[in-house]
Write a protein that binds this ligand. Structure first.
Ligand code: NAG
Ligand code: NAG
Ligand code: NAG
Length: 359
């Protein structure tokens, strides 16, 4: 593509056009395809994505936002992609990436990012069971959710195999692409003490689980285990075109429960240095837009609607489902769907981490 543009520039110059030739920024990438889950889709970060592409009809249902690290990367000087296929979809497991997103991949793609595996683990159960307990006494048991996640991470048919298979299928279909595979970032600062005595329980029921150092550490350890498995999957491919990007260090000092910060975030409180959404984190432009917010009644309205729509499906508000393409967050109200996902500044950090790996 670089050559094509240079050729065009030469033609323009040699044809003696009288008007100034617009400055042409070289394009390093011809076709960029972005695969993955809600982290890749950028749910809640910036504005809902309106670009075109092979799966653009599904933009709203997939919770794709223009603050995603993928959109930032598309415009990065090292990428500056001529075309961009935003295939990532909130709620996607590694199997969903292979079955539902891969068919849209154009084999001429020369630059690919992938963020997958998080939905194979059940982090939503952990956030619901151990942190917010949206479903009250029906929320998942915290210890069970942690144990089940750990079991899945270490059970190859649940995690390593589908991630490996998905990556194999992607590299096979786009044989010339450089592929950057994301890990995930740890949510908590697990060494500070101020959260030990604080519950993030949505209903603030007496005796609710507190965000102790031990609990925060357990969640962080699971994240490290996930990153290690994804790294193992990448190494197992033994393919020099595939690079693992662990961006966790970029989130240092930008997690929950950082020193001197009172948790959880209150309504109307701006926290541009925090790289993950909480319930009260404003959506969109972090510094200006604050949603009107009435958590309990909003949740009850939502759960009533979800139960009416599909009476037999257990509802976990953390998961942005693939099925109902009715809102910008896959059928879920954005104030829930965004929780524990990167904010716009978080996505800038992820984009920098990937850019730093591009030669
Ligand atoms: C954990 O796994 C067990 C066994 O599959 C299951 O019965 C239980 O509902 C799971 N609990 C959570 C919170 O995921
Ligand atoms: C923890 O909170 C309880 C109730 O709010 C309070 O009585 C206690 O002093 C707090 N402990 C610490 C170490 O802050
Ligand atoms: C946690 O907070 C402390 C106190 O602000 C800080 O020194 C430390 O770097 C933070 N991060 C981690 C991972 O402990």
């Amino acid at each position: 593509m670089l050559h094509t543009l240079q050729t065009i520039a030469l033609i323009l110059v040699s044809s003696n056009f009288v008007f100034a030739v617009p400055q042409i920024v070289p394009r390093a990438v011809t076709r960029f395809a972005a695969f993955g889950d809600s982290f890749a889709a950028g749910i809640g970060a910036g504005q809902p994505f309106t670009g075109s592409g092979p799966d653009s009809a599904n933009n709203a249902g997939c919770g794709r936002f223009d603050g995603s690290f993928n959109v930032k990367l598309r415009d990065d000087a090292k990428v500056h992609a001529a075309s961009f296929d935003f295939l990532a979809c909130s709620g996607a497991t590694a199997q969903d990436v292979q079955n539902s997103q891969l068919p849209h991949l154009d084999q001429s793609a020369d630059f690919i990012t992938v963020s997958m595996g998080g939905n194979n683990v059940g982090f939503g159960d952990i956030v619901n069971g151990c942190v917010y307990r949206f479903n009250g006494i029906f929320a998942p048991d915290c210890d069970q959710a942690l144990n089940n996640a750990s079991t899945r991470i270490n059970n190859n048919p649940d995690f390593l195999d589908p991630v490996t298979n998905g990556l194999r299928a992607i590299t096979a279909k786009a044989p010339n692409a450089k592929v950057y595979v994301m890990g995930y970032a740890k949510f908590w600062n697990a060494t500070t003490t101020q959260c030990d005595n604080v519950s993030w329980n949505y209903w603030q029921t007496p005796g609710a689980t507190k965000m102790t150092r031990a609990l925060r550490q357990k969640m962080n350890d699971l994240l490290d285990a996930v990153n290690n498995k994804i790294s193992t999957a990448v190494q197992g491919l033994n393919n020099p075109r595939v690079t693992f990007v662990n961006y966790d260090a970029y989130f240092q000092n930008h997690r929950f429960c950082e020193g001197g910060v009172n948790e959880p975030q209150g309504p109307n409180e701006d926290r541009p240095n925090m790289f993950f959404f909480q319930l009260n984190t404003p959506v969109g432009s972090v510094n200006s837009f604050v949603q009107p917010f009435s958590p309990a009644s909003q949740y009850l309205d939502w759960i009533k609607a979800a139960k009416t729509a599909s009476p037999n499906t257990p509802v976990n508000p953390i998961y942005a489902g693939l099925s109902t393409a009715t809102s910008a967050s896959g059928g879920l109200p954005l104030w829930i769907a965004k929780i524990f996902h990167p904010t716009s500044p978080g996505h800038v950090a992820i984009s920098s981490a990937i850019s730093g790996k591009i030669p």
